[in-house]
Design a protein around this ligand. Structure first.
Ligand code: EPU
Length: 426
């Protein structure tokens, strides 16, 4: 098993190209199932989760070819509408094939994903939404067995909780349903907007993505299309925090800081300065640096978009561990997303958890230690902590990082970090 070894203390300086968003790319790949025409997706990141989605789509019968970060998909010859447990348990986002398979083929059998390290993560909203469109759904032997032999029919569905993939799944199903579907209390995340843009390029009729009400007029079939995946705002936020935690400066390209509105405000409050790249520069992006010797403590409350993303909570908490003052970090999206806290404390952080909040009292410096990654974003927070700590940090179980960070070691090395990936001895 691989591990990452970091010698902390180097101030980062350089340029990082931000990849396409994992959480946009996954449903976009699944959207290929909606059509018998070619879908070409540009800017697909190289990640283990993307490979898992390829594996799933290939076993459904989708033809996939790759050229760099461009992927061409053709779902003309789908042979199988079952998403098996062995693949879904590897990656719970596999659930987004349910809506497309059901609406195009009138049937789908998708394994229930089960819980994960950050929470129980039920899929009841996906199921209820599809039932609203007329699907008959039973749970059998750990599988969601969905049928709509005469096709789905548009309806109004008020989502009881804001769910990103729930919105994506029902929106994709509604694209080929008869008549109009209205999704109220829909997720407003940029990844939902990106999916709607791609679906519209394929010939869907979707309005309102990015607001809390999405209206979809069903169409009979879709066209060939091309789409470029939006930048990964979580990767962008992680590198912005890396600049501040090492008291360094980074230029982040191929990205859009307006996609992390609350996060960027808090990074500025914490002592960062953000300047957009010149309009004449070859790529869109921004420059971030620390302008104060001390990081200020700021309070963080995770919320659905445009609030502070739960996927950046662990990384921001790593920054707060070395702040001058205290910070209250409140997690409102997932019930168990503080797994990084005990590992950060092993590096000398002063953090106390009270229910869904963590009180972080800043310390002058963290100390390197062997630590264990527990989930994707927790792993990123440990890498950030290691970059700033005195001495050596060894991050184990880094397969979590491979799921969501495209070449994190190479990107950090290019900016002066002393970091390497090695084989663990046992
Ligand atoms: N929820 C339900 N029922 C459902 C669906 C969700 O109760 O049917 C609850 C969840 O348990 C959670 C809340 O609703 O408490 C929000 O979950 P959501 O459905 O929005 O999460 P998701 O769509 O499964 C996506 C991202 C996550 C990210 C969340 C929240 C993808 C592939 N995943 O998950 O990303 O944390 O939205 O923003 O888009 C990550 O990248 O590390 C990651 C976990």
């Amino acid at each position: 098993m691989d591990q990452i070894i970091i010698q902390g203390g180097a101030q980062l300086s350089g340029t990082v190209k931000i990849s396409g968003a994992k959480n946009a790319a996954l449903p976009l790949l699944a959207a290929s199932l909606l059509s018998d025409q070619e879908l070409i997706l540009h800017n697909i990141p190289q990640l283990a989760d993307i490979d898992s989605m390829f594996e799933l789509l290939i076993q459904h019968g989708v033809q996939i070819s790759k050229e760099g970060s461009t992927i061409t998909l053709n779902a003309r010859g789908v042979v199988n509408t079952t998403a098996p447990y062995e693949l879904v348990r590897k990656m719970r986002s596999s659930i987004v094939v349910l809506g497309p398979l059901l609406t195009r083929f009138g049937k789908a059998r998708v394994s229930l994903p089960g819980g994960c390290a950050i929470g129980t993560r039920p899929v009841d909203i996906h199921i209820e939404g599809l039932r609203k469109l007329g699907a008959e759904i039973e749970l059998e032997d750990g599988y969601i067995v969905a049928k709509a032999p005469n096709g789905l029919v548009g309806n109004t569905y008020t989502m009881p909780i804001i769910s990103v993939q729930g919105t994506e799944n029902v929106m994709m199903a509604a694209v080929l349903a008869k008549g109009e579907t209205k999704l109220i209390n829909a997720a407003r995340e940029p990844e939902v907007v990106d999916l709607a843009l791609c679906l519209n390029a394929m010939g869907a009729k979707i309005e309102g993505a990015g607001t809390d009400t999405i209206i979809i007029q069903g169409v009979e079939s879709l066209n060939p299309a091309q789409h470029t995946v939006v930048c990964d705002r979580i990767e962008m936020g992680t590198y912005a925090i890396a600049a501040l935690i090492t008291k360094g400066e980074l230029t982040l390209t191929d990205c859009d800081v307006s996609l992390i509105p609350i996060v960027s405000d808090l990074l500025i409050k914490a002592g960062g300065e953000i300047n957009l790249l010149d309009a004449n520069s070859p790529s869109k992006g921004f420059h971030i640096k620390t302008i104060s010797d001390n990081i200020c403590g700021v309070d963080i409350l995770t919320e659905p978009y445009p609030g502070f993303a739960t996927d950046l909570q662990a990384q921001m908490m790593a920054l707060m561990t070395i702040s001058n003052g205290a910070s209250m970090v409140t997690e409102t999206i997932f019930e168990n997303r503080f797994m990084h806290v005990s590992e950060l404390c092993r590096m000398g952080a002063d953090i106390n958890i009270h229910g869904s909040s963590a009180l972080v009292r800043g310390v002058p410096q963290l100390k390197g230690a062997p630590v264990m990654a527990t989930d994707l974003r927790a792993s990123a927070s440990l890498v950030l902590a290691g970059l700033s700590a005195a001495g050596q940090t060894i991050v184990q179980r880094i397969y979590h990082l491979d799921r969501g960070y495209d070449n994190i070691v190479g990107k950090l090395q290019n900016c002066g970090a002393t970091i390497e990936r090695t084989k663990a001895s046992s």
